[in-house]
Design a binder for this molecule. Sequence first.
Ligand code: PGA
Length: 259
Amino acid sequence: MHPKRRPLIAGNWKMNKGGVTGIQLAHQIVELKKETPHVDLLIAPPFTVLSAVAHEIEHHGILLAAQNMHGKPSGAFTGEVSADMLKEAGCTWVILGHSERRHVFGETDAEIAIKVTHGLGSALNTCLCVGETLAEREAGRTLEVVRRQFDAVIDALAADPSEEAIAYEPVWAIGTGKNASPQDAEDVHSAIRAWLAEKSPALAQRTHILYGGSANPSNAESLLGMPNVDGLLIGGASLDIDSFGAIARIAERLARPAS
Ligand code: PGA
């Protein structure tokens, strides 16, 4: 972690905790936030529970994200949700380009770029996800693939002065229990930082680069110990307050100024 960027610990609940259990978890995260003042906590519940979670976390400094949105402001798009709807529900962030959106739902770089542009234009902070598949890694194409995904959105990111995040999530590490080694993560994160700096040193300085993919309490410290790992995007381990809390407390310990 870099001393100038507050760690961002993000929970992507995916298609879990869409009702009462989501509100309960949000309540537990409100309590956790009191113990972790030097860490930004972000949660991304399913659409159906966003408003209720927003109510639960209001005034507690917890960031609320949606997991996806449509790239147009309104219209005949059955089943979709717009940026303004997310803001009305209380979101200030949106996760875009998650590997499940790319690989399960077939979203392309071009579609994701439209969403990023629209999200930023609608004053939502975006967390863009990038990452290679196992076949791409084994073929030595990791940086080429991540660069392609990055290049599709960099102009939109650079044009916007707000805080943004890029989550490096190797597809082979998501939900598999196999995390990238801290050094493998750092290699990709430092490449992303350098690409951001080519565009704008200020953008490189303010962008949080998160690691995601089987992050858990056992590997969080070594991942967060890397200079360009500014936080974690956590799936499975974010659904349980014990594991999410343990990770947030590790980040707090690393970020707390020495007394
Ligand atoms: P995981 O998911 O922590 O369960 O691997 C991470 C993600 O998909 O954001």
